[in-house]
Design a protein around this ligand. Structure first.
Ligand SMILES: [Zn+2]
Length: 180
């Protein structure tokens, strides 16, 4: 939708450019997919999930920890389907959190980088991975830094929506969804 809008302004003699936030929103919406798919971000458990302070900072969590953050309760099956979809879209990345036995540094390793022996990014010593490790899921930084904004007192979630969630995503984001 953005191209016809820019063309319209251009034909009227205006030059329209996107600022850095606009470019980030556009890239995020392309990452997330077509607009109807974004509706699930309005559900309470997804709002808790997307506005979590540590997830916004890019922290990696196991699935059990993510469930504890989202608290989907009766929506558990729905949340798991939604999260699987986010992994498919590379909105979250699957990997492992590993602690170096030499320097105790915890670091995250992408699924595709796992090997029997890894080099610690801190002390640079090679160590063998443990027998058993859980997946640790990390947000795509574009998602983590662009989408989540906590607005605890916002009376409206989006134009015409009278629900009043305890936290909601940036109104600017939803404006961008309408435009892009
Ligand atoms: Zn180390």
């Amino acid at each position: 939708m953005i191209t016809p809008i820019l063309t319209h302004f251009s034909q009227a003699g205006f030059t329209v450019t996107l600022d850095s936030k606009g470019r980030a929103y556009r890239a995020l919406i392309r990452l997330l997919g077509d607009i109807p798919d974004l509706e699930f971000l309005r559900e309470d458990h997804m709002i808790r999930f997307c506005t979590h302070a540590q997830i916004r900072k890019g922290a990696a969590y196991t699935l059990d920890e993510l469930i504890a953050i989202a608290q989907p309760r009766a929506q558990m099956g729905r949340f798991l389907t939604q999260f699987h979809w986010l992994l498919d879209r590379q909105v979250f990345w699957r990997g492992y959190s590993l602690r170096c036995p030499v320097c105790d540094l915890e670091s995250w390793v992408d699924l595709n980088m796992l090997a029997e022996h890894l080099i610690c990014p801190g002390c640079r010593v090679a160590f063998q991975i443990p027998l058993k490790i859980d997946f640790a899921f990390k947000p795509n930084p574009l998602f983590a830094q662009t989408l989540p904004k906590v607005r605890p007192k916002a009376p409206q979630f989006i134009d015409g929506d009278e629900r009043a969630p305890s936290a909601c995503l940036s109104k600017n984001f939803w404006t961008a969804v309408k435009i892009f």
